[in-house]
Design a binder for this molecule. Structure first.
Ligand SMILES: C[S@@+](CC[C@H](N)C(=O)[O-])C[C@H]1O[C@@H](n2cnc3c(N)ncnc32)[C@H](O)[C@@H]1O
Length: 268
């Protein structure tokens, strides 16, 4: 299942042959949460789970008792993933007012919600200083005010990337986020290869569309090709760091690679 892909820019050639995130649940509803909860409540036992598979029962039990799920509901984020980006942004200040942000693997939309808040904190959405967020996902997801939603689209397809370019309309991006996760097969090495492959596509697209000094934040599942991906990123960015936010489950192999300060490249 190995794949290979070559990155060529400014004489740099990195061969990537090609880790684990549990998906956050999809919540395509825009319903506002009707309750708030404290974190130290006793464990909730799911009801009506007869007939559900063991995996589904376990998932439900975990969801019902996850403080970040509860927090996301009370703060109107579409899923708990919001806190991963909020934590990373708090620490590294990646989303700045007026920025142009591309969010790959955006559904159900919590990273878009965070991005649109952060980049517009000093301006309203109709102002000339408003930032731009483009959210792309294989899944269709409910619109978010201030976000260009491209649903039902595979980021890796040329057509999808052309749609992003059309929206950019000649502008370059400050930040590319990727929380993309392939459908996990459960075979760790295979899932690792697939997610690395997605990151390579993000990196290649980043070379085309990022502003100098731009940022890429991408999720991977740890595995044997992580180092090669990090090395390829180090050729392209001044700084590459591995980040594991507290809100990322400790039993998940997911980590985030944060590449900052995109170097000015002369493409061949
Ligand atoms: C963990 S979820 C993203 C959650 C999102 N960051 C949020 O906060 O709402 C991963 C998403 O990646 C999407 N995805 C996986 N492969 C993709 C691809 N090739 N193109 C676009 N989206 C993809 C999946 O459809 C899924 O919705």
């Amino acid at each position: 299942m190995a794949f290979s892909m070559t990155l060529r820019c400014n004489g740099i050639s990195g061969l990537l042959t090609s880790s684990v995130c549990r998906f956050s649940p999809y919540n395509n509803s825009q319903n506002k949460c009707k309750f708030s909860v404290t974190e130290n409540v006793s464990k909730t036992v799911p009801k009506n789970i007869k007939g559900k598979s063991k995996g589904s029962q376990e998932w439900l039990r975990r969801q019902l008792n996850d403080p970040y799920v509860k927090k996301a509901q009370s703060e109107n984020y579409r899923c708990r993933s919001a806190y991963k980006l909020l934590e990373i942004d708090k620490r590294f200040n990646i989303l700045k007012p007026g920025n142009t942000v591309i969010d790959c693997g955006a559904a159900p939309g919590s990273w878009c919600q965070v991005a649109v808040e952060k980049i517009n904190k000093n301006s309203d959405l109709s102002s000339v200083n408003a930032g731009t967020v483009i959210g792309v996902d294989l899944q269709h997801f409910v619109d978010i005010e201030g976000v260009h939603v491209i649903g039902g689209a595979d980021f890796t397809e040329k057509d999808t990337q052309s749609k992003i370019m059309e929206i950019l309309n000649g502008k370059k991006a400050d930040v590319i986020l990727s929380d993309m996760a392939p459908k996990a097969s459960g075979i760790k090495s295979m899932d690792h290869e697939l997610i690395i492959e997605l990151c390579v596509k993000v990196l290649k697209f980043g070379i085309e569309v990022l502003k100098p000094a731009g940022t890429i934040l991408c999720k991977i599942w740890m595995g044997y090709n992580q180092k090669q991906l990090e090395d390829a990123m180090k050729h392209l960015f001044e700084s590459v760091q591995v980040v594991k936010p507290l809100s990322s489950r400790t039993d998940s192999a997911e980590i985030f690679l944060l590449a900052q300060n995109f170097k000015k490249l002369k493409l061949k």
